[in-house]
Design a protein around this ligand. Sequence first.
Ligand code: 26M
Length: 829
Amino acid sequence: LWDRDSKEDSTDKATITKSLIRHATTTLARAADTMGDLAAYHAMAHSVRDRLIKRWNDTQHHHTNLSPKRVYYLSMEFLLGRSLDNALLALRLKPVYSDAATEIGFRMEDVLESETDAALGNGGLGRLAACYLDSLATLDYPAWGYGLRYTYGIFQQKIVNGFQTEVPDYWLTFDNPWEIPRLDVRVPVRFYGSLSRVKDAKWPGGTRRVWEGGDVVEAVAYDVPIPGYRTPNCLNIRLWSSKPGHGGFDLNAFNAGDYQKAVAAQASAENITSVLYPNDNHMLGKELRLKQQYLFVRATLHDILRRFRKTGLPWAQFPDQVAIQLNDTHPTLGIAELQRVLVDEHALSWDAAWDIVTRTYAFTNHTVLPEALEKWPVPMVQHLLPRHMEIIFDINLYFLQAVERKFPGDRALLNAVSIIEESAPQQVRMAFLAVVGSHTVNGVAALHSHLIRTTIFKDFVRVFGEDKFQNKTNGITPRRWLHQANQGLSILLTEVLGSSAWVKDLGQLSRLEGRLEDSHFLEQWNQVKKANKERLAEVIYERTGVIVDPEALFDVQVKRIHEYKRQLMNILSVIHRYHDIKARGPGRRASVVPRVVIFGGKAAPGYWIAKAVIKLINNVAKVVNEDPDVGDALKVIFLPDYNVSLAEVIVPASDISQHISTAGTEASGTSNMKFVLNGGVILGTVDGANIEIAEAIGKECIFLFGLEADQVDDQRHRQRYGPQNWELDKDMARVLESIRTGEFGDPVHFTALLDGLEHGGDNYLLSADFPSYLKAQAEVDRAWEDREGWLKRSIRCTARMGGFSSDRAVEEYARDIWGVKPCRAEEGV
Ligand code: 26M
C-alpha cells in the first residue's frame, strides 16, 4: 500500500526540511519564510503526523491479520498534554527535526511551546489513562483507548485579584494535527423513547424487547495516534464527538414551519460532547453527564462488536478476543449496554449474554470518598435509557437471588449489596453495578486496595471471595516524565548507565547507587537540578512577576485543589513560618533556610471552599513577598493554570514536594512518583502510593508524618463526640487568629475556611496533624543544610523508582486481568 522506498520516509535533514516547507506551503498555505512559531509548529506537527499515520496503519493491519486478544481502555478522560515533543522522541527524530527547524530559522523550544495542551481530563485519573496508553504502545500490546472528544477541555484558570476565574479552553481553535477525523465511522445513539414487546421466533421465549422513538444523535469517530517508544507500533485512541442524527432535522418541526426549532435540535445534539465536567473526585447528578456516558459506551461497544464480528467467531469466544477495562465507574453503563445488545439485537439468552459480559469487563476504582461515588436517580435513568434501567433491575434481581442462595435470610447483606439504593428516589449505585458486572476489581495502590476490600466493597468480598479484588499500583511513563521533561537528567543518566535502555527498562536506574561516592557525578547531578530550578524561576517570573532565588529550597504542592489534599494545612504552615521569621529579628533571620513555596492547581468552579483556599494562598503570597523583613528567606508563589505542560517544568525543579492528604483519602497519587523519579524528596502522609514509595526508596529518603489511616476514624469520633471538649492545636489557632484579624486581607473571604476548622469539626484533621507536620517541616530544613547528604538522597530517590513505571503497571494488568500478549508490527522505516 505504501511505497517504503519513497523519499518521504528518509530521515535525513534535507528530506525533513523539505517536508516542513511542503506542509507550510500546501497544508497551511503559508510562505515558509514569513511564518511565525505557531505556523512552524503546525508544519512540523503535520510532517510528524505523516510518519505516525504510516506506523498506525501498519500496526492496525498487523493486528487485524493476527487477530490477537485486544484490550480496550475505556476512559471518559485522557489528559494527554502536548504531543509533538513526545512523538519526536518516540520516533527518535528530535535531533534532526531540531536541525531542520534551525535551517528554516526557528528555535525548537519556541516551536514546541506553541502547542496547546490536549486537556481532556481533570487530573490523576485522566493522566493515568494517558500514561497507560503510552506504555501499551511502547510494550507492543494490541490495545485501543476509547474516550470523548470534548470541544472544551478543562477550563483555563486565570487569577484575578487573587481569585480563580475560569476561561473556556477552546483547544480546537486552530486545526488539531493530532487527530484523524473518521467522518465515515458514525454510530447512532438513542435517548428517551419507549419499549414494547414483539413476537419473533428467533428470540428465546419467542418475543423480543424493542426500544424505539426518542431522540437519535450520532457519535462520530476522531482517531488520535499514540506512538510507542522505539517500536514500530502505534496505537489509537478513538474519541467520539456527538453530531445531529442522520437526517437530523426534526421533520415535524420543519414541516410546521419552525425552522429555528429544527436547527436548535441540531445544536443540542452537538452539546452532548461539548464540555468536560470539571469536577474531580466529586459526583454531580446532571442529565447531560449521563448522556455523555451513554453516548460514549454505546458508540464504543458498537465499534468493538463490529470488529469482533469480522472475525466470524462464535459469541462465546468474545471474552477470548476482548478485554474491557473501565476507568472508574464513568463507563459502567457499558455493562448494561453489552447485555442489551447481546439479548435484544443478537438473540442470546440472558444467561449466555451475562456470562460473556462478566468475562469481558474489569473495573478500576479510583476513590473511596463518598461524595465521589456515582449514583444516578432511577427515574432519570428510566426516562433517558428505559431499556437499560430494566436490564439493571434484572441484573440486580438475579444477583440478589444468588446472594440469597449463598447466605439464606441475610437481609442486611441483601440491602448492603443491592445495586439499587432504597432511598427516595431510588438510586443506581454505579460502583456496585461495576463490581457485579466485572470479573476483576482493582484499587490503585496497596493501601487503597486494602481499603476497598474492607470498606466500600467488603460485603462483595463475602459474596465473590477475595480473589476478585486485586491491587494494581499506579505507574507513570518514564518517557514523558523523565526522558522528555528532564532532558538534562536524561542525558546524564544515559551517559552514566552507558545506554538509554533505562527509558524502556526503568529498573536499570538502580545501577546509579554504585555512583553515590563519585563526587564528580554528585556535582553533575547538582548542576542538572540547578538548571531545572533556574528554568522554573524564569517561568515564575514571567507568570507572577516574582523573583525567586534558584539556590533556595523549592517546596512544591501542585494538584487539584481539594479539602482532602489539604493545601489549607500547607498555607497555614507557611503563615506559621512567616510569623517565626518576623519574630526572629534581623540577627537570627540569617539562619533561616530560604524557601520558595510553590502552589498550583485548579478548583472545581462550584467548589467554594477550594476557591477560598486559592484566594488565601494568593493573599498570603502578596503579604509575604512584599515584606522587606522577609527578603529571600521565604517566597510564596501561586502558579496559575497548572496543567500537564506546566507540570513538565515544575516536576524536575522540585527539591521537596508535598503529598499530604488525610490518611486513607488519596487513593494513590501519581505526581508523588513523578517528583521522586526526578530526584525530588517527598514530604507526605502515610497515604496512597506514598507508602510504597517509602518502602522502595527507604525511610531515610522521605519525610512522613501524621496519623495513619486506621487512626483517622477514631480521631474524627473523638473530635465530634469525645469526652473532653475538643480544641484546635495551639499553633494552628494562632495562625487562624492572624487571618481573622485581617493580616492577610479582608477576612470575609475566609469565613468558610475558618468555620470549617473551628466549628465544622475539622473533617480532614488538619489540627490533629499540624504539630507533626511542623516537626517534619523542621526536619526538612535541617536535612537541607547538609547539602551533600541531600544530593545523595536525591540520587537514591531516582535510583529506586524503577517499580513505579507505568510499564510495570500495564504488564501486571496484562498478565493478571486482561490476558493479552505483545504483538509487534514489522519493522518498517
Ligand atoms: C464524576 C461524575 C461527574 C463528573 C465528574 C466525575 C469525576 C471525574 C474525575 C469523578 C472523579 C474523577 O477523578 C477521580 C480521580 O482523578 N481520582 C484519582 O485517580 C488517580 C489515578 O488512579 C489517583 O492517583 C488519585 O489518588 C485519585 O484521586
